[in-house]
Design a binder for this molecule. Structure first.
Ligand code: 5CA
Ligand code: ZN
Length: 412
């Protein structure tokens, strides 16, 4: 699939700080340790509706990871998927008498526009599930041959399932107990009650063709991919195993990232699939998680249509820590607009106070598990001083602007 266009990232003078991130699997903030090329996989959208601020917050979180690594001199090999064939997309298309292919293409195109507007740096490879069907078929065939997968006992639809115990490590990513796993498995796309499975927690790998559903002919029989294997195959085939960060929102901790890791580890025999599993908190509205199924959504495209500055959307979402579940509100946006206006006034001055310490603090905060509230406070302090007492360093406003641009992706 076509990725989206990039904006140039200015270089920032001074010493970069390495990036430490909270890893769900170990429950600790640990240093990321990328080689020359940092490898990042972030789960993409299921394109059945427009991008809302919850999605945006998650992609902005990983945009900061991308930017901090760039600041540290790494190349970043970033891969993202699009789940362009799956039950929610097919159900929405049917409900709206729409063609699922057209619906997916339309919403994916809108997502790209939203990402460009929000100045999210693009993935190097943006890969649809449909494009990846041959990769999924190859992976599922190998899992079957190795005994990590099996066909359900169903003469009509012998779908292929993954034996969740195949790697002997199941649960290491989420660290959830069995009750929690069972609850989320049922709520997030799993089918615990499917007759013929060996265990309720086993996950679908290949769904045999049903009348009226899209399918692809293959050595497994005509059918379509399960969800988790899509991300395992796409990530493994581009980034290899042991890549630096697997990312998504916290609703993907289980079952999605647990199974993506288990599938990939069963395929390669290597552990871990990713060195860090990083999860962004859920953005809510009116006291509930913002979600397509609940319909309590604020769309990025709607804000764009109202001419809301995308920089303010970034600052509003960065005002809270990425791991915290937090609400979106008009007040949050309005504070962000004020902050943006203040920073712009300060950045437009002819001179200002020395900015070196501020940039160092900005880097320290971002390096420390993306502490954006701390980063914003450091920048606020410089802007306030520049606007009140001034300063004589002519290069300072430009350096402030470049640091905000490079590290936070906000254009002043
Ligand atoms: N296509 C799959 C991943 S392979 C999927 O989960 N798609 S999605 O469209 O439902 O979500 C896209 C991304 O946005 C995921 O990382 C998800 O965790 C994140 N997300 C969804 N809702 C929210 C929310 N309210 N707040 C923060 N992130 C969210
Ligand atoms: Zn995924």
């Amino acid at each position: 699939m076509q990725t989206w266009s990039s904006t140039p990232v200015p270089r920032v003078a001074g010493e970069p700080r390495p990036l430490r991130l909270f890893d769900t699997s170990t429950g600790e903030v640990r240093p990321t340790a990328p080689g020359d090329t940092a490898r990042l996989y972030v789960c993409g959208i299921t394109p059945y509706d427009a991008t809302h601020l919850g999605h945006a917050a998650t992609y902005l979180t990983f945009d900061l990871v991308h930017r901090v690594w760039l600041d540290n001199g790494h190349e970043v090999h970033y891969v993202q998927n699009v789940t362009d064939v799956d039950d929610p997309l097919l159900e929405r298309a049917e409900r709206d008498h729409d063609d699922w292919v057209v619906l997916g293409m339309r919403e994916t195109a809108l997502f790209r526009e939203d990402m460009v507007a929000l100045r999210v740096l693009p993935p190097r490879q943006y890969v649809g599930a449909v494009e990846a069907v041959p990769e999924v078929v190859e992976a599922v065939a190998k899992l079957l041959a190795d005994g990590a997968a099996y066909r359900v006992d169903d003469a009509e639809y012998p779908d292929v399932y993954f034996d969740h115990a195949a790697t002997g490590r199941f649960g290491y990513e989420s660290n959830y107990d069995v009750d929690t796993m069972s609850k989320y498995f049922g709520e997030r796309g799993g089918d615990p009650d499917r007759p013929g499975k060996r265990h309720p927690l086993d996950a679908l790998l290949w769904r045999m063709a049903r009348p009226g559903e899209p399918s692809w002919p293959s050595e497994l029989g005509a059918g379509r991919p399960g969800w988790h294997i899509e991300c395992s195959a796409i990530a493994l085939n581009r980034l290899g195993t042991g890549f630096d960060v697997q990312g998504g929102g916290s609703d993907l901790i289980f079952p999605h990232h647990e199974f993506s890791a288990a599938h990939a580890e069963a395929l390669t025999g290597e552990h871990p699939f990713a060195r860090h599993y990083v999860h962004a908190g859920m953005i809510g509205l009116d006291g509930e998680k913002m979600s397509k199924s609940r319909g309590n959504l604020v769309f990025v495209s709607k804000l764009r249509a109202q001419n809301v500055d995308p920089g303010a959307v970034r600052l509003a979402l960065f005002a809270g820590h990425y791991r915290a579940d937090r609400p979106w509100s008009e007040a949050l946006l309005s504070e962000a607009l004020d902050r943006l206006a203040t920073w712009r006034r300060a950045a437009a001055l002819d001179s200002g106070p020395c900015v070196d310490d501020t940039v160092a603090r900005l880097r320290d905060h971002l390096g420390d598990d993306l502490d954006t509230p701390g980063a914003l406070a450091a920048l606020d302090a410089w802007a306030a001083e520049a606007l009140s007492t001034g300063g004589s360093v002519e290069a300072a406003p430009r350096r402030f602007r470049d640091a905000v641009d490079a590290l936070l992706g906000v254009e002043l």
